[in-house]
Design a protein around this ligand. Structure first.
Ligand SMILES: [Mg+2]
Length: 232
């Protein structure tokens, strides 16, 4: 088992890391055993447990109440450093409204694909229409065109249009600079290409980046590891 020393800080991605990927982002289910396990680990680490996700911060607060001390949402675009504290937003470029229309049109042309609006961008999901992968990629690239404010990022069965200026690595750096995380060794766990920035930053701070598929197999494997860490 991978050990987690008491002077660690644990930073966890959500979808595909703690929770099994579902057909749609809304359809995920949090196993009832997970929140108490995470609370036990948080308390052992002096509170140094964070969730770092592409979802909005509020969505994590609703699904994992009273679990994480810090929550970074929107791929680093918004961070709540302490429970009940202010939501701190990184100043990011706005999304041109015409791009939203174009994204919705692209999805309408390919049955089974799904448009998901994010705070400063959007995602084109093709999990239920794998054949639309390339068409969705072309649409996303055409929408961004030569704009330097945003970029297209490929994830698991999704293309995402994201603003430049924040990622999961900048989120890890910001969280690790504050109490109760500062001075601890970061251990970042993630499953997706967006987590590579988190791995890089955790390693730069002397910690670990743990890739889910490589080390745990899947989210159920991560949950089993966490349950062992939490103890009886
Ligand atoms: Mg993930």
């Amino acid at each position: 088992m991978i050990a987690l020393p008491d002077d660690s800080a644990l930073l966890l991605d959500f979808d595909g890391t703690l929770i099994d990927i579902a057909a749609t982002p809304q359809a995920v289910a949090v196993p009832p055993t997970l929140p108490p396990v995470l609370r036990a680990i948080r308390d052992r680490l002096g509170g140094a447990l964070a969730i770092v996700t592409g979802r909005p911060v509020e969505s994590i607060e609703a699904m994992l109440p009273d679990v994480a001390t810090a929550i970074a949402g929107e791929h680093g675009g918004a961070i709540r450093f302490l429970p009940g504290g202010p939501l701190e937003r990184v100043d990011l470029p706005d999304l041109p409204p015409a791009w939203v229309d174009a994204g919705e049109r692209a999805v309408a042309e390919h049955p089974g694909t799904l448009f998901e609006r994010k705070a400063r961008g959007f995602a084109l999901h093709y999990r239920q229409a794998p054949a639309a992968r390339d068409a969705m990629a072309r649409a996303a690239r055409a929408i961004v065109g030569t704009a330097e404010t945003h970029f297209v990022l490929g994830g698991l069965m999704v293309w995402e249009i994201k603003p430049r200026g924040a990622d999961k690595g900048t989120a890890v750096a910001a969280i690790m600079a504050r109490a109760p995380f500062a001075g601890r060794t970061p251990v970042y766990v993630g499953d997706d290409v967006t987590d590579l920035d988190g791995f890089r930053e955790a390693r730069a701070l002397g910690g670990l980046g743990l890739q889910v598929q490589e080390l745990f197999g899947d989210a159920a494997g991560v949950r089993a590891w966490l349950a062992e860490l939490a103890g009886p």
